[in-house]
Design a protein around this ligand. Structure first.
Ligand SMILES: Cc1ncc(COP(=O)(O)O)c(C=O)c1O
Length: 415
């Protein structure tokens, strides 16, 4: 039987490879990393103030991570499935529970997946709160009581179909409408939240204590306290998305520690397994009690290799000496950025905490990112006119000062 001829679709030349064109990649090809420096295939070095978008908290070539990988490989177990018990995942869950508000941990493979899980756990728990009969719908999958999820203006919670509806970026949402139902975005405003958070309809509110993609916005702690009071009173789950701002980035192990508020769930990913793909949902006792076998699952979640590495990473990121280092370097970074703004006159606003800073510029941020890369410094954007700086948490004062001097040069030359 002859195979019918299939026309080969034209590949956009700019992709330069067989990869689907979902990213506009920088031209250089990275081949190696060491400490806080990346190297391309032409031997050029780049000081990294991006950390693989808040992932590589311990930098590159870390001996502890290599050891944890090898230790897991030595058992012959990369994956077993969640049908059986394995020690690394159980030890990691015990560590996370012992060092946080949480009663239980669920493991998955990415940030978006962690938030999807948190939404499901919130709905599962909320369903246990509605009076018998109130949840009866016309069909088996019809509308239900207490199911809505509310996120905040400026939020980024991921790109999969559920969480996309909670992500406040019109250009990420528009091409994929209709988005998932029962998820809406509210202003970061106490009055609006008070009106939106109807106890009978809303199951959860999700908040990044510091909005990363949305411009490095530290959500007002007073607002978070009001939100905690409202959600507690109305039996609405409060989810903190700490995927970018948690695990040491603000100088405390958990971002919620900086806010004076304890949430009901925390989602984690990015730095959790030292660059291996892993996400987690930490849940309190009440929510843990509502989740039953079969309610949720994921094939790879919490496998022995990633969990062994994550346990090592968590122990390192939870070290009080490392957290003190982040606070100290973060304070230095904030002062230095303020001085750069004053000297260059090119900075409109500065926001951040710990080693997570956003710098608003008059010039389009992408242009500055390009010049920085040409000068050997990797930085990120967070919106059209905001630079985002996320150096590895282990960065030394000298490297921080060196990168900030480079940054001043590339900001300063703007017209
Ligand atoms: C706060 C926040 N939540 C969720 C996500 C989604 O994580 P992932 O890209 O691993 O799905 C991100 C990623 O940037 C994030 O910054």
């Amino acid at each position: 039987m002859s195979t019918p001829a299939v026309a080969t679709p034209a590949v956009t030349p700019s992709t330069e490879s067989a990869l689907l064109g979902t990213y506009k990649r920088a031209p250089m090809r990275i081949v190696r990393g060491e400490g806080v420096t990346l190297f391309d295939d032409a031997g050029r070095a780049y000081l990294d103030f991006a950390s693989g978008i808040a992932v590589n908290a311990l930098g590159y070539g870390d001996a502890g991570i290599a050891h944890a990988v090898q230790q897991a490989l030595d058992t012959g177990l990369v994956h077993v499935s969640n049908l059986f018990r394995t020690e690394p995942g159980e030890r990691l869950a015990e560590w996370l529970v012992a060092h946080s508000f949480a009663a239980r941990a669920f493991f998955c493979n990415s940030g978006a997946e962690a938030n999807e899980g948190a939404f499901k756990f919130a709905r599962r728990w909320a369903r246990t709160l509605v009076p018998p009969g109130a949840d009866e719908a016309p069909g088996p999958f019809g509308p239900c009581a207490k199911h809505e999820i509310v996120s905040l203006r400026g939020a980024f919670h991921g790109r999969t179909m559920g969480v996309l509806a909670a992500t406040d970026r019109p250009q990420y949402r528009a091409p994929f409408r209709p988005l998932a139902g029962g998820i809406s975005i509210a202003e970061r405003d106490v009055k609006e939240l008070d009106a939106t958070l109807d106890a009978e309809r809303v199951a959860a509110v999700i908040v990044e204590p510091v909005q990363g993609e949305g411009g490095v916005r530290v959500v007002d702690h007073g607002l978070l306290r009001e939100l905690r009071a409202m959600t507690a009173e109305r039996q609405i789950a409060l989810i903190f998305d700490e995927i970018q701002c948690g695990l040491g980035r603000l100088g405390t192990l958990w971002a919620y520690e900086t806010t004076g508020v304890v949430p009901d769930m925390v989602t984690l990913a990015k730095p959790l397994a030292g660059g291996l793909p892993m996400g987690a949902v930490l849940v309190n006792e009440a929510i843990a009690g509502a989740v039953q076998p079969g309610d949720h699952g994921t094939t790879f979640g919490g496998g022995p290799l990633v969990a062994n590495v994550a346990l090592h990473v968590c122990e390192r990121l939870g070290d009080p000496a490392l957290l003190a280092h982040v606070r100290e370097q973060g304070a230095f970074m904030g002062e230095a950025l303020k001085a750069i703004g004053e000297r260059t006159g090119k900075v409109r606003a500065l926001r951040g905490a710990g080693l997570m800073w956003g710098v608003d510029t008059h010039e389009p941020a992408a242009q500055i990112v390009g010049r920085a890369r040409d000068a050997g410094l990797l930085i990120l954007t967070a919106g059209d006119h905001t630079l985002r700086l996320l150096p590895p948490l282990v960065i030394t004062r000298d490297d921080l000062a060196r990168g900030l001097a480079q940054l001043e040069d590339v900001i300063g030359v703007a017209q």
